[in-house]
Design a protein around this ligand. Structure first.
Ligand code: GRF
Length: 204
């Protein structure tokens, strides 16, 4: 089986990255993680890449004159390595035209809420402050907005009366680690059809 070439972009801990790598190394996986790029030098995800023996690139934004120059370098690495799908996993930057135009419909993100509820930072805190009873996680295609691209898949998670930000985040994270690899497998099985704002998952 030829396997899809995936790159992960991250800024921090990299637990989703690790979950995706573990899935990609199962015998029936239809994709592989070829490289990881971090915009933060001290991201734990970079150390995880080393443990997994996956090529890692550190490209702090401050080293570039503007966002376009930063993304130009990222795109050059992705293209040189034949990357087909870019997975943002805790990458704390909006994506600009430089990357979006080079990878149209080929950049995904995971977010710890049921979008469009609670976009942006501290999604779990937002959910608790708004008194929601259900939150969850969302995998979506990336556009130029904040967590605003077409939704591919969502997993609801019940909010308990005694939840705080940590307990809710941990429970959602467990589901993130399952949902993201599933979506990537669908992508490389050609199951995802984009119809305007709607993404249909065929073959389920
Ligand atoms: C996750 O909750 C993800 O949904 C959000 O940022 C967090 C990253 O966590 N976008 P990790 O770095 O994958 O552990």
């Amino acid at each position: 089986m030829t396997k899809g070439n995936v790159a992960v972009l991250l800024s921090g801990r990299g637990s989703n990255f690790a979950a995706i790598v573990r899935d990609s190394r199962k015998a029936d996986a239809n994709y592989g993680i070829r490289l990881v790029i971090s915009d933060q030098e001290n991201a734990l995800g970079l150390r995880k890449a080393h443990v997994f023996d996956i090529p890692a690139y550190c490209l702090p934004r401050e080293r570039f004159k503007d966002r376009a120059a930063h993304e130009h370098e990222i795109a050059a690495i992705l293209e040189k390595n034949g990357i087909e799908l870019v997975c943002l996993a805790g990458y704390m930057r909006l994506i600009g035209p430089e990357l979006l135009e080079k990878f149209p419909g080929r950049i995904m993100n995971i977010h710890p809420s049921l979008l469009p509820a609670c976009p942006g930072l501290h999604a779990q805190r937002q959910a608790l402050r708004q008194g929601l009873k259900i939150s969850g996680c969302t995998v979506h295609f990336v556009d130029s907005g904040l967590d605003s691209g077409p939704i591919i898949a969502q997993q609801p998670v019940r909010i308990r009366d005694d939840d705080d930000e940590d307990s809710l985040s941990s429970r959602i994270l467990l589901h993130e680690h399952r949902l993201y690899p599933r979506v990537i497998r669908h992508y490389f099985s050609n199951h995802l059809q984009i119809r305007g704002r709607r993404v249909i998952i065929a073959g389920r």
